[in-house]
Design a protein around this ligand. Structure first.
Ligand code: SF4
Ligand code: SF4
Length: 132
């Protein structure tokens, strides 16, 4: 589920508003707001398309009540999914066709992250051990 937007990184480009399939965001003049968090399906599209890595989507279906925003930033998890999927500047890697969409669908229902998402896999393990 979408957990937070880094206000200092958001350039209010509106890409996440455009790409979100469940209309979670509202765009103001300077930043995007999570207006309908409960509608997030953890599809991860916003993380892929954000050109400034300003978003964080948890791999969990439900909100993480005790989520430590600073720990996630410090751990380098911001943008890690996009990097693992070889996306750059809001663009899909060339030559992969729509395969990324299949991988994203597999993220639904708290299934394991794709093999390339090493950092997010680590987050799962950390949560299992109650470290964050
Ligand atoms: S895509 Fe990223 S930079 Fe653009 S409005 Fe959304 S959070 Fe802000
Ligand atoms: S993860 Fe998907 S459903 Fe959730 S806010 Fe991002 S784009 Fe919308």
């Amino acid at each position: 589920m979408i957990e937070f937007v880094l206000e200092d990184s958001c350039i209010a480009c509106g890409k996440c508003v455009e790409i979100c399939p469940t209309d979670v965001f509202e765009l103001t003049s300077s930043v995007v707001e999570i207006a309908r968090k409960e509608d997030c399906t953890s599809c991860m599209n916003c993380e892929l398309y954000c050109p400034t890595d300003a978003l964080y989507v948890s791999p969990m279906r439900n909100p993480e009540i005790d989520l430590d925003r600073n720990a996630i930033v410090s751990a380098g998890l911001i943008g890690s999914y996009r990097r693992a999927m070889n996306w750059e500047n809001g663009r899909a890697p060339s030559g992969t066709g729509d395969n990324w969409g299949v991988l994203l669908n597999e993220r639904q229902g708290e299934k394991k992250p794709p093999p390339g998402d090493k950092i997010r896999e680590q987050l799962y393990r950390m949560k299992d051990r109650n470290l964050i």
